[in-house]
Design a protein around this ligand. Structure first.
Ligand code: HEM
Length: 254
């Protein structure tokens, strides 16, 4: 008889691709750290020059790395209970949101100190949209999936939207980061931009690593056979939940 309680591990290079995605994510953070540390003077909240550097650091750690890893949780933790996986998913997104908020406060406060104009660039428009929809997605996820009392059919109807916007917001965050990289280079090294100076090579490599991280994650997340299969007890529980919230007989038609 088939053992539903212990689903088979995913095949076809799943483990290698997850490891590659994590190596790419760490490489993103290392290259970003090198750019900020070697060429941009590091970070400091009090200094008006260095406060800006907190912005790219927090935005990439929060809205790219942690947001991306929160999406992987359901693919990696296949034998844990659905509830603990959901809580880990929600907590990683919450941490990502808090770190991203610090990054946004850093750039707005920095602009205020320097009397610089706000919200004029395509980067800033995409950025504020990405952050606002990410916050909304988190709040809706909390209400639909963690609040008791939301019916099974409402949850099932909302889930495809939640999954689509999850991947879409990661892609939007990576695109926004690419726009930010170009904008920062143009602010800092406009005169030598066409000479491919070492700082620009490093920043371009950072951009490529971000694209590769996004591609690895999008591939993992869109492979149907790598989805987390429901555990046996979850199947039974979801039938009970459906019966309780909609009054249907578990044996009745769906
Ligand atoms: C998902 C990631 C990111 C989001 C959501 C985001 C969001 C924003 C927002 C809303 C602003 C406007 C601040 C204002 O007008 O006062 C801004 C400014 C800026 N960001 Fe980002 N950012 C992100 C990543 C990055 C990265 C990775 C870099 C550079 C490596 C960067 C570089 C800049 C620069 C140079 C500005 C100032 C110029 C401007 O107002 O457009 N950003 N960002």
């Amino acid at each position: 008889m088939e053992d539903l309680a212990a689903p088979a591990p995913p095949s076809g290079g799943f483990t290698y691709l997850v490891a590659t995605s994590q190596a790419l994510g760490l490489a993103v953070i290392l290259v970003l750290g090198a750019w900020i540390g070697v060429y941009r003077g590091g970070i400091a909240w009090e200094s008006s020059e260095l406060q800006f550097n907190i912005h790219p650091l927090c935005m990439i750690v929060g809205m790219v790395f942690l947001q991306g890893d929160a999406l992987l949780v359901y693919r990696i933790f296949r034998n844990e209970s659905k509830r603990s996986t959901k809580i880990l998913h929600g907590l990683l997104h919450a941490l990502a949101l808090v770190i991203a908020l610090v990054g946004l406060i850093a750039v707005f406060e920095n602009h205020k100190k320097k009397n610089a104009p706000n919200m004029y660039s395509l980067h800033s428009w995409c950025g504020i949209a990405a952050f606002s929809f990410y916050l909304l997605q988190w709040l809706l996820g909390l209400v639909f999936f963690l609040c008791p009392g939301v019916s099974f059919s409402v949850r099932s109807r909302y889930k495809p939207q939640h999954v689509f916007f999850g991947v879409f917001l990661l892609i939007l965050s990576i695109t926004t980061s690419l726009l930010g990289i170009v904008e920062l280079l143009l602010f800092k090294i406009r005169q030598v931009y066409s000479s491919l100076v070492p700082e620009e090579v490093l920043a371009n490599i950072l951009g490529l690593l971000l694209v590769a991280f996004g591609a690895a994650l999008a591939y993992i997340l869109t492979r149907d056979e790598w989805r987390r299969p429901p555990l046996a007890e979850e199947l039974a529980l979801s039938m009970d939940f459906k019966t309780l919230t909609e009054g249907e007989s578990p044996a009745g038609p769906h």
